[in-house]
Design a protein around this ligand. Structure first.
Ligand code: HMG
Length: 391
């Protein structure tokens, strides 16, 4: 039986800050941000968006009533969780009005979480081929103002519907993965922003890639010539290019040309959204699938997932006949092109807005946020969500 990605949704908030302007405000050269880091715009979330709402907004666009009935497992990957106990998946399950005869859980391993979700979904579907699994990867990436990581923030979510006989991509059975206990990036329970050893994290991202790539080649016998493209977890777009360059000389001139050209396509969405942690690899895949003009059905796409702490995995998938018909390119282009630019001052003000931490109630300004699903406030320690499309 073949299992994989049947549909892919994506959501990012309606505001962004321009990286040239952020660079000027930070006394950096704009080219450091746009070329050295490879980011042009960074999504800025309003206080009415959190991991739950971003994910629900991403999933709403792809699910029809038949999907909702067949989904019996919701796996919510995030490192921006909203509760220590209750899974974000349960809020999303409710907001999306999914079938109650379902399991709903949250998984965590930094940016690797959604890949863990996808691999678990494959196991579930192989036992229950008639069921579908909704995998959500949703995050708000926060390092803090005036930090080296600031330029690599972002916000957004991907929603991936996994099924048997998928219409977009069949995922291969073989996969190479690696775990090592390292402190490259983490967020202690008391901190709202991530701690990071930036250069060390880059080094580990790259060394994990080499490890799992070598292992994958041994396991499968595949080499660069077998891949139309390789998508990477993109904390910022230059990072993927650095990793690709580590192996590109294994290929012929034609392999190099093809893989570098397709890498350019695969970074287009990420460079105007920023790091969305768990969803970043799949945003890059979406960018590749929605924007390429020459990748044929049957082509193999490699996927490198990395979550700090750290777990890395390399796997691949085969594009299915007429895969473009099942994507939502028009919707995503519209969402991205209709966003509003905010000034650096407005971005800083939004960054500094916080929900009360002392247990008091709050009503949030939902009228300022065009998203359908919103956090409307906190009452009696409970988060209040609304879905404007269903009220
Ligand atoms: P930094 O020290 O500010 O930057 O931090 P830099 O001095 O290393 O410069 C960055 C690049 O810009 C360099 O290029 C410079 O040469 C270049 P490189 O050597 O890397 O190719 N540059 C210029 N280029 C053109 N024109 C100029 C110019 N000036 C400089 N004028 C760093 C950069 C990435 C370390 C920082 O932003 C950071 O700490 N980011 C957060 C950590 C991160 O994203 N790590 C990536 C790997 S870990 C990962 O992916 C997991 C993660 O997503 C978390 C999770 O799993 O949940 C982060």
């Amino acid at each position: 039986m073949e299992i994989g990605i049947d549909k892919m949704g994506f959501y990012t908030p309606h505001m962004y800050v321009d990286m040239n302007k952020l660079a000027v405000a930070r006394n950096d050269e704009p080219e450091k941000y746009t070329i050295g880091i490879g980011q042009e715009k960074m999504a800025v979330p309003p206080i009415t968006q959190d991991a739950v709402t971003l994910a629900a907004n991403a999933a709403m666009e792809i699910l029809d009533e038949a999907d909702k009935e067949k989904i019996d497992l919701v796996i919510f990957a995030t490192e921006s969780g909203v509760d220590h106990s209750k899974a974000a998946a349960i809020y999303a399950h409710h907001l999306l009005r999914l079938n109650p005869r379902a399991r709903a859980i949250e998984v965590k391993e930094a940016c690797y979480g959604a890949t863990a979700g996808i691999q678990l979904a494959k196991g579930h579907i192989s036992l229950h081929p008639d069921r579908k699994v909704l995998v959500l990867g949703s995050d708000i990436s926060r390092y803090g103002l005036h930090t080296p990581g600031e330029v690599t923030q972002g916000a957004g979510a991907v929603a991936i519907l996994m099924s048997a006989n998928p219409r977009v991509m069949v995922l291969g059975k073989e996969s190479a993965y690696h775990t090592e206990d390292i402190m490259d990036f983490w967020r202690p329970l008391y901190s709202k922003t991530a701690l990071v050893q930036g250069k060390y994290s880059v080094e580990k991202y790259n060394s994990f890639f080499k490890t799992v790539w070598e292992d994958y080649k041994k396991k499968t016998g595949l080499t660069l010539k077998d891949f139309a493209a390789i998508c990477f977890h993109l904390p910022y777009t230059k990072q993927g290019l650095k990793a690709l360059r580590l192996v590109i000389d294994e290929g012929t001139a034609a392999d190099k040309e093809r893989l570098l050209a397709h890498f350019e396509v695969s970074k287009q969405y990420n460079k105007i959204v920023g790091n969305i942690y768990t969803g970043a690899l799949y945003l890059s895949l979406l960018s590749l699938l929605e924007l390429n003009t020459d990748i044929e059905d049957g082509a193999r796409i490699g996927l490198y997932s990395y979550g700090s702490g750290a777990v890395g995995e390399f796997f691949s998938g085969i594009l299915q006949p007429n895969y473009r018909e099942y994507l939502h390119v028009r919707h995503h282009r519209k969402m991205l092109s209709e966003r509003n630019e905010v000034s650096v001052q407005e971005y800083e003000d939004l960054f500094n807005q916080e929900l009360p931490a002392d247990g008091s109630d709050i009503d949030l300004p939902v009228e300022n946020d065009p998203a359908p699903v919103l956090l409307s406030g906190i009452k009696d320690h409970m988060r209040m969500y609304i879905n404007k499309d269903q009220s």
